[in-house]
Design a protein around this ligand. Structure first.
Ligand code: B4P
Length: 192
């Protein structure tokens, strides 16, 4: 089983690339952002709990995310690989993920980071705001999401460097060119 974490700041293109990667390798795409947004849209108890947090650009609590991911792994028998998109986002989540993966017997295979400069991230998210009207894509909330990223998520680079699974790809340019670069790294890792 191949466990890929697609990593990067908000707007780096994780969701965009995760869909293509999951399709190419027939792996399961797990976007915690999508899962949470669907809970909000359906007004479930979980959705009502996280709505305000998400709309302010804060991170949802580690405990909730771990529960969501435990249920994903429990309900995915026979899956050949996972593309984790948006999880883990804190060191605590990464530690909990290691415990969950130990239970299924396969560790993280690769953490692939999309490296995009900050002005480009903001431009992309503002453009998405115009196209899709996501509540967390306003200028103020984007700034907060980037602060959260630097504070809580960026330390994972060091965490996964130490594990020996971290690699980076330049995430600017066409979606297809970036996809080609990502699959080159994945194929190299798969064939090790
Ligand atoms: P996410 O849904 O994960 O939001 P994201 O980081 O903005 O998405 P991504 O980087 O995937 O951007 P995308 O590909 O769409 O999280 C939203 C919120 O959920 C968080 O703020 C948090 O509150 C909560 N949450 C989720 N997971 C959590 C966790 N583990 N712990 C705690 N809280 C959690 O790309 C962005 C835009 O760029 C798109 O419009 C796309 O079309 C465009 N784009 C992509 N590639 C491009 C390219 N090469 N060139 C130009 N534009 C490109």
């Amino acid at each position: 089983m191949f466990n890929l974490i697609l990593f990067g700041p908000p707007g780096a293109g994780k969701g965009t690339q995760a869909i293509k990667i999951a399709e190419k390798y027939n792996w399961k795409h797990v976007s915690t952002g999508d899962i949470l947004r669907s809970e909000v849209a359906n007004q479930t108890p979980l959705g009502l709990e996280v709505k305000a947090v998400m709309e302010s650009g804060q991170l949802v609590s580690d405990d909730l995310l771990v529960k969501i991911m435990e249920s994903v792994f429990t309900n995915s028998p026979g899956v050949g690989g996972f593309v984790l998109d948006g999880f883990p986002r804190t060191v605590k989540q990464a530690q909990e993920l290691a415990v969950m993966l130990e239970k299924i017997g396969y560790p993280v295979s690769l953490v692939l980071a999309l490296n995009v400069n900050e002005q480009e991230l903001v431009n992309r998210l503002l453009k998405r705001a115009q196209e899709q009207g996501r509540k967390d894509d306003t200028e103020e909330v984007i700034t907060n999401r980037l602060v959260q990223y630097h504070h809580h998520t960026k330390p994972l680079i060091d965490f996964y460097h130490k594990v020996g699974v971290y690699e980076e790809v330049f995430g600017e340019g066409s979606v297809d060119d970036i996809f080609t670069k990502l699959t080159r790294v994945i194929d190299r890792k798969k064939n090790l």
